[in-house]
Design a protein around this ligand. Sequence first.
Ligand SMILES: [Fe+2]
Ligand SMILES: [Fe+2]
Length: 165
Amino acid sequence: MTIQFSQKEKSLLMDQKEHEEGCVDKYAKYANQAQDAELKQLFTSYSAQEQEHLNSINQMLAGQIPAMGGQQKQGQQAQNQQQTAGGNQGQMSPTVQGNYNQEDAKLCKDMLMTEKYVSSVYNTAIFEFRDTNVRQVLNHIQKEEQEHGEGIFQYMQSKGMYQVQ
Ligand SMILES: [Fe+2]
Ligand SMILES: [Fe+2]
């Protein structure tokens, strides 16, 4: 069974395809540029997840509903726990302000803005789709974009890059 998309639906998926391609490339490029090994690893894993988003969008453009794997989710939870543990460690010692790599902080801020934008575009797009399964896939991806934003925030906070007012 293949899904038939309206012109509008198709064009929204094409937009998201472009955004996901941009995210795959940006995270890969920034993983190379990052000085901190932990940030390199974070960006590398997010680049791989953006590739999965891109695959899902391409599958839908081909008329198929992608299977939402539980495996990916488990991996992510483990990663989040790791990040939380790191964050707690940081809170135990006083935060040294300004003692972080300024260029790494710029990469983080840029990706936070990108995730915020991509997430908001998914939110708007979801309202236009007629098929419940398609909405669920888009919603699943959007949730992961929010989790990327959270992961970056937690990294920044643990390094004293993000001062909570
Ligand atoms: Fe994505
Ligand atoms: Fe993302």
